[in-house]
Design a protein around this ligand. Structure first.
Ligand SMILES: [Fe+2]
Length: 261
């Protein structure tokens, strides 16, 4: 989390219906792209009937060139439902390729998790350029429109009060939520020009549900290796002087280590 001052610039989400429209993310007025899409029922079945019933903490660092050979889904889970598993695998592979192409990533951090409790229950922003999040099973990530949030109450400035009482939520604020299966592309603090404008979000209360969450981070956009905090914990303070690399339509700093999911 970061302590931030209130900003006047609006931070908006944009809902799209086609994968090709992920490029809306490059609009400076857009902080979050939501891709509402149908998910193959076989993939949903696999998430709800196989992944949700096993301990699942699958963390990978993958060269994009190796995506089609990578074990994006644990082999033992695939064996439990080969048909559903292949559908699920095809879906996460498609998301991975599309995300890598969008930002010119050469290396990705992948998380496939079953969550029985909120991973990051307090509203916060991430120290990443952009993060892909989707929940195949269970309640999706919650987030706030910029007009609904007082950023000066993020982090320790909440005074330890719950989000609903800290003053973080402006009067009339609406806590929004990604639908199950929808894909969110969330700009973080390290997106060029987006410092203090990262999407404010949190993990939802699970209330007995088991969430199956898939996320992607950019670890590198060309040669080199910045590392990946496999725990998903820790929000290190961004350092000045990100090494910037040029990619089509976007010059994005390398992924910071860590950052909350
Ligand atoms: Fe986060």
């Amino acid at each position: 989390m970061i302590c931030q001052t209130p900003v006047a610039r609006a931070v908006r989400s944009r809902t799209v219906r086609a994968l090709a429209d992920w490029t809306e993310l490059f609009d400076p007025q857009v902080a979050m792209v939501v891709w509402e899409r149908p998910v193959d029922p076989l993939a949903t079945r696999f998430a709800g009937e196989v992944l949700a019933h096993a301990k699942l903490e699958h963390l990978l660092e993958i060269e994009v060139a190796d995506l089609d050979r990578a074990e994006l889904v644990p082999a033992d889970a695939l064996a439990a439902d080969p048909v559903g598993g292949q559908s699920f695998l095809a879906d996460v592979r498609t998301l991975s390729h599309a995300f890598a192409e969008l930002v010119g990533a050469s290396r990705l951090g992948v998380r496939l998790l079953r969550l029985d409790a909120p991973m990051c229950p307090r509203f916060h922003t991430d120290f990443v350029g952009v993060r892909l999040l989707t929940t195949y099973c269970g309640p999706g990530t919650e987030w706030l429109d910029d007009a609904d949030v007082d950023r000066s109450r993020l982090g320790h400035r909440s005074g330890g009060e719950p989000d609903e009482r800290s003053g973080l939520l402006r009067p009339g604020a609406v806590v929004r939520q990604l639908p199950e299966g929808a894909v969110g592309l969330l700009k973080g603090e390290a997106w060029p020009g987006n410092a203090a404008h990262g999407v404010v979000h949190r993990s939802p209360a699970v209330r007995g549900h088991k969430r199956i969450v898939f996320s992607l981070d950019v670890l590198d956009q060309e040669g080199g290796f910045e590392g990946f905090d496999a725990t998903g914990e820790g929000c290190a303070v961004p350092q000045a002087g990100f090494q910037r690399v040029d990619v089509p339509r976007l010059a994005m700093p390398r992924q910071r280590r860590g950052g909350r999911a």
